[in-house]
Ligand binder design. Structure first.
Ligand SMILES: [Fe+2]
Ligand SMILES: [Fe+2]
Length: 473
């Protein structure tokens, strides 16, 4: 398997982390609890006012605490709804042990323990070919599988690859982590339901489809073709499993996120519910306003062919970001022409890119060595690696990286995970940067474009970067 232990990465552009600066109110995205139609803002589950007196708080009994919570409900802080009522604690009788039982200091993380129990290969490193990695029987899922847990994720997201033989299907599952799937080959269908299997909806797909398993819905994938189905998905399981540490809570949780999945029959319609051609995004250190296009839809039938729109990030590059299932993880498809490259940039963890088409290479280096590593005699620390269809890469945390199309066709990739979601930004800057830190063309190390021109010359390609982009102003 060709994964590498170094840190190279990535390919592709993109993405970046982004975060636009335009405003959203908090309530609009934090409507997790509470059923549909519930207008009450979710903040302020006021469980009693802090008094500044810790001893007094310790004196609360459980029933006093519950009374305060209920008083909050009566005051409208938590609107009762069928969804909310379903969450009233009943006797909790876990069927499995939590990952922190018994207590162990300095042991493996709950997510690492989970990985071990899954019993399939875990590929680590900098990049890997999702079409070629070897898979092993994945008992829990009823198919073949492997995990990919690359360094650039910083432990915030993972990926799995799964293969379903002809006539096979996966075991139905649900989980409270997000999952965004790309079909790499084959054809089949996915069934999704909440609570009652008779309300199941079905999505038919083939190679190129991208769709989510909506948060905590039951779902099952079925191979309906003659060839094996291979799919890859990015999930945020590492964060959720580490935070809650209990398999039942993650995989056997009755909470219904109605805003993520409402069960309507056309939920997976490929027709966008909304489209925004130019959602702004700020870049640093010079505050230039960039933009991206956004498609609100829960299913893209074929990302190899999906319609893209001017992205304004490089030279004639195109993209669309997808807002699927109201996921917090980001998702976008991007393409840039042959003979060009996008601006060098760096960002937070987890931007998981899968090359769909084209060929080229990437350069990357730790940001500590500065923006002009060749000029400063630090070229030894600059990594270069080649990519092609099927390469999955996650740029190392805050490394400068830059992608070059040295092939004969446009380079296209999908980014299935990462935290640059303009709709649902994170409060912590550990994962979501306030702005995209990049090196504009006039500021870059001149050796960078020279290397690109040399690579192109060696293969008969043409350097198509307009001279004007290298001039200031
Ligand atoms: Fe990037
Ligand atoms: Fe799943």
């Amino acid at each position: 398997m060709d994964h590498s232990k170094h840190h190279h990465h990535d390919g592709h552009e993109h993405d970046d982390h982004e975060y636009d600066g335009h405003e959203h109110t908090h309530d609009e995205h934090r409507d997790h609890s509470h059923g549909a139609g519930d207008a009450a803002p979710a903040h302020g589950h006021s469980h009693g006012e802090p008094t500044g007196n810790a001893i007094e708080k310790i004196g609360f009994t459980r029933s006093q605490f519950l009374r305060l919570c209920l008083a909050g409900v009566a005051a409208g802080a938590v609107a009762p709804s069928p969804g909310a009522r379903a969450q009233v604690p009943t006797a909790s009788r876990p069927r499995t042990d939590s990952y922190d039982d018994p207590l162990v200091f300095n042991g493996p993380s709950p997510y690492r323990q989970f990985l071990k129990k899954e019993g399939i290969p875990v590929y680590e490193g900098g990049f890997i070919d999702v079409n070629k990695i070897e898979l092993k029987p994945w008992k829990r899922v009823g198919a073949l599988g492997a995990y990919i847990f690359l360094e650039g994720t910083a432990g915030t997201v993972d990926a799995w690859v799964c293969e379903i033989p002809p006539g096979g299907q996966t075991t139905a599952e649900r989980h409270i982590f997000e999952e965004q799937i790309l079909v790499l080959s084959g054809k089949g269908r996915t069934q999704v339901w909440q609570r009652d299997p008779s309300d199941m909806i079905t999505l038919e797909w083939e190679k190129g489809a991208v769709f989510p398993s909506p948060l905590n819905t039951w779902h099952r994938h079925i191979n309906t073709g003659k060839d094996p189905v291979r799919m890859v998905a990015i999930t945020n399981a590492p964060l959720l499993i580490d935070m809650f540490r209990h398999p039942d809570f993650i995989f056997d949780n009755d909470y219904v996120f109605t805003e993520r999945f409402d069960g309507r029959k056309d939920y997976f319609s490929p027709k966008p519910a909304a489209f925004y051609p130019t959602v702004p995004r700020q870049r640093r250190p010079v505050y230039v306003q960039g933009h991206h296009s956004y498609t609100v839809v829960n299913y893209a039938p074929n990302v190899w062919k999906a319609e893209l729109h001017p992205a304004g990030q490089g030279v004639e590059d195109y993209d669309t970001h997808y807002a699927m299932a109201r996921n917090t993880m980001a998702l976008h498809v991007e393409q840039f022409p042959t003979g060009t490259y996008e601006r060098c940039h760096r960002h937070g963890p987890g931007s998981t890119i899968i090359l769909l088409d084209g060929s080229g290479f990437s350069m990357m280096w730790p940001h500590e060595i500065g923006t002009t590593p060749f000029k400063d005699g630090k070229q030894q620390q600059v990594k270069q690696f080649d990519w092609k269809e099927g390469t999955l890469v996650v740029p190392p945390l805050q490394w400068f990286h830059q992608h070059f199309n040295s092939g004969k066709t446009p380079a296209r990739f999908v980014k299935l995970g990462g935290w640059n979601n303009d709709l649902y930004p994170f409060t912590t800057t550990l994962v979501s940067d306030p702005g995209r830190t990049e090196i504009d063309y006039p500021d870059e190390d001149p050796r960078v474009r020279q290397i690109f021109a040399e690579r192109l010359a060696a293969t008969g390609g043409q350097f198509k970067m307009p001279e004007s982009v290298f001039k200031k102003g």
